[in-house]
Design a protein around this ligand. Structure first.
Ligand code: PLP
Length: 379
């Protein structure tokens, strides 16, 4: 069986170098890095060196890097930790990942609209912040993602920062940059924000390890307390192997980005052009110049994503639709709804995403399988 993997935004395969880097810490150097003996110091050195690598790629100081258990934890810590230090509210756009959106909603925050490409509406954000600053206890934190995980659109974080600093100067700015490292030099994003979240498994590192950058020292309360690791910012014994592998993958991603972007852009264009050429009524959800190279999100008229994914799965093609199945009824994605896409069109959403392991063959096989499946469903 040859698997055609077109779901890199969900999780991308681990880079072999990252697997090699983590192995010694699974099989041999197993000491707890918080210990005082030589064996522990060896593990601590590996964590420290990884911290230096991560800081270099993210454009921050090593002391600003907090290792966490995943991207979801980093997002939760940024928002919950900011709310704990302020009387203000949290604000985010309507198409954020659930790791942000649900936290903001759960804490009675305010949701702002997005444009047709899935980018935060800067005028709406400015008006919301002005209103909250004058008529309530103000704003604790604004969270705007760097790259949208479903449709791949990119927010201009520098422009977001301008709006936030002007209209809510006391608020912290957080960005969920989980989908960014493969496509964007995060060094250009970090200086504009106070907090930034990453997740290891989106760029060739392992699952279950993430980063929260806290620029300029601790800005938020910790979410997990106990042993005081990470300078009291995130307790819990370090996932040494995971941290080392994540740093290795992040460094490679950074080094290869300039050559990977044109390679993946060509593959993505071939995939989308092929689908649009072979099938009627395939809508590109976001124009290519507004999204990252690895994203190929389309809406296919006359079919339902659920049935399409079933047929693709049978053909050994992995893709996703990002619709949630609530109480038996398929609900179109909150991202597409926020972008103002018609419910009927959104029901035919197909998220294809490419990454460092993608090849010409993936595109050829994916095209053939999707074209055959859609033709069958439309019959
Ligand atoms: N934020 C975004 C934009 C994501 O795409 C994801 C993962 O799908 C997360 C947060 C959550 O990251 P993790 O899977 O590490 O919890």
């Amino acid at each position: 069986m040859t698997l055609t993997y077109l779901d890199h935004a969900a999780s991308t395969p681990m880079r072999p170098e990252a697997i090699d880097a983590m192995m010694p810490f699974l099989d041999g150097a197993y000491a707890n890095p918080s210990g005082s003996h030589r064996f522990a110091r060896q593990a601590r050195k590996a964590v420290d060196e990884s911290r230096d690598i991560v800081a270099d790629v993210l454009g921050c100081g090593p002391n600003e890097v907090v290792f966490t258990g995943c991207g979801t934890e980093s997002d939760n810590m940024a928002i919950v930790g900011a709310l704990a230090r302020s009387t203000g509210v949290a604000v985010c756009p309507a198409d954020e990942h659930h790791a942000v959106l649900e936290v903001v909603e759960h804490h009675g925050g305010v949701i702002v609209g997005v444009d047709a490409a899935g980018r935060v509406d800067l005028e709406a954000l400015a008006a919301t912040l002005q209103d909250l600053e004058t008529r309530s206890d103000g704003v604790a934190v604004v969270s705007v993602m760097t790259v949208n995980n479903e449709v791949g659109s990119v927010n201009d974080i520098a422009a977001v920062a301008k709006v936030v600093r002007r209209h809510a100067p006391g608020a912290l700015l957080h960005t969920d940059a989980v989908q960014a490292p493969c496509w964007i030099d995060v060094r250009e994003v970090t200086p504009h924000v106070d907090l930034l979240a990453l997740s290891g498994h989106k760029f060739g590192g392992p699952k279950g390890v993430g980063v929260l950058v806290e620029r300029g020292g601790p800005k938020v309360d910790p979410l997990i307390i106990g042993g005081g690791q990470e300078r009291e910012r995130r307790s819990g014994t370090h996932n040494v192997a995971g941290i080392v592998a994540m740093a290795t993958a992040l460094k490679l991603t950074d080094e290869e980005r300039a050559t990977e972007i044109p390679r993946i852009t060509a593959l993505r264009d071939a995939l989308v052009d092929g689908l649009v050429g072979a099938l009627d009524d395939v809508i590109e959800t976001v124009p290519r110049h507004d999204k990252v190279a690895g994203s190929a999100h389309v809406c296919i008229a006359g079919i339902e994503s659920e049935s399409l994914l079933f047929l693709l799965d049978e053909a050994d093609v992995c893709a996703s639709a990002a619709s949630a199945c609530a109480s038996g009824a398929m609900e179109p994605s909150h991202v597409l709804a926020a972008m103002g896409i018609d419910r009927e069109i959104a029901m035919g959403a197909l998220r294809l995403s490419l990454g460092h392991a993608s090849t010409d063959d993936d595109v050829d096989r994916g095209l053939e399988a999707i074209t055959a499946a859609v033709t069958r469903l439309r019959r």
